[in-house]
Design a protein. Structure first.
Length: 315
């Protein structure tokens, strides 16, 4: 049970402490990724493949070796799993950012909320009104709950340390280079596609958890949420983001999505939901929904970890 206990302890550490403000391992990985990008960058897909392999493979290898050696030492294995889980989760920090935006919008400080939402989204918020900032915040809560909570927990449950490390590496690379800008359209292709693959199952687990456990948080319903996912998610440019965002929109009884501006580039991401447009009042219910999804994801990950360890070789 050391893997399941480690995931639980890491999740509790994240909820209690959030991300470390200095010397964050993910930030260090990002710096390494940026340095390697300067060396291997070419406006070609093959260069992006090299970039991904050069960064994801070593972490997966380190995690595999550590997992193998620590399995015979349950206390050390639990501690290592807890530490890495804490490092790769982002649920507390995500909730804290959303709570700050909710407070700022509630106080009528649109300028501060526009600035704050930059920590969550890549779109240009300079011309967003209060509802636009709220929509951006809720969309980020939904998608990043899947990316920064559900997915690392599930990969940790299935594969342990290599799953945690390799997943966070892949997801971080997608955030850095997996864009449709002129610079990254080809170079970032590999990172974007890998992120789509590793998040396919977690996004659907997160969406199902939102539908199953979101009752009472908004004016929507489970049936409406499932309808939104089936009807509207395919229009989203991400094969995974639309599933989770659609589930949140349906449960909350609001509509999100639409047109966003990224570095001067306009992107239509489709409208998710048929309710009224999301407002600042919907942020706090969305935060509670994200917390429920995180708890459900932890339970599923712990179950997966227990099954895997039960079938594995005994020390």
């Amino acid at each position: 049970m050391s893997r399941a206990l480690g995931l639980l302890a890491g999740w509790l550490l994240d909820r209690a402490l959030g991300d470390p403000r200095r010397w964050h391992p993910v930030a260090g990985f990002g710096s390494a990724a940026a340095a390697i990008e300067k060396v291997v960058y070419r406006d070609a897909r093959v260069a992006g493949v090299v970039h991904v392999l050069a960064l994801v493979t070593p972490l997966a290898a380190v995690g595999t070796v550590a997992e193998g050696r620590l399995r015979r030492h349950p206390v050390l294995h639990t501690a290592a799993t807890a530490a890495v889980t804490w490092a790769v989760l982002g649920g507390r920090s995500l909730d804290r950012e959303a709570g700050t935006i909710s407070t700022q919008l509630g106080a009528g400080d649109l300028g501060a909320a526009r600035q704050q939402v930059r920590n969550l989204v890549g779109r240009d918020p300079s011309r967003l009104d209060a509802d636009g900032v709220a929509r951006a915040c809720i969309e980020s809560l939904a998608e990043n709950t899947s990316d920064a909570v559900t997915a690392p927990l599930l990969w940790g449950g299935a594969l342990g340390l290599p799953g945690l490390l390799a997943y966070r590496a892949a997801n971080t690379l997608d955030a850095m280079v997996g864009h449709r800008s002129n610079r990254y359209l080809r170079f970032g292709w590999a990172a974007a596609r890998l992120d789509d693959v590793v998040n396919w199952v977690p996004a659907r687990v997160a969406g199902a958890a939102a539908v199953a456990f979101g009752a009472g948080l908004g004016t929507g319903s489970r049936g409406e949420a499932m309808d939104v996912v089936r009807r509207d998610a395919p229009a989203h440019p991400s094969p995974n983001g639309g599933v989770v965002e659609g589930a949140f929109a349906g449960i909350l009884g609001v509509s999100i999505g639409g047109t966003n501006v990224y570095d001067g580039r306009v992107e239509d991401r489709g409208v998710l939901g048929r309710g009224p447009a999301a407002t600042a009042r919907d942020i706090d219910p969305a935060r509670r929904l994200a917390t429920r999804v995180g708890l459900a994801s932890l339970a599923v990950a712990a179950l997966v970890a227990s099954l895997v360890e039960r079938r594995g070789p005994r020390p």
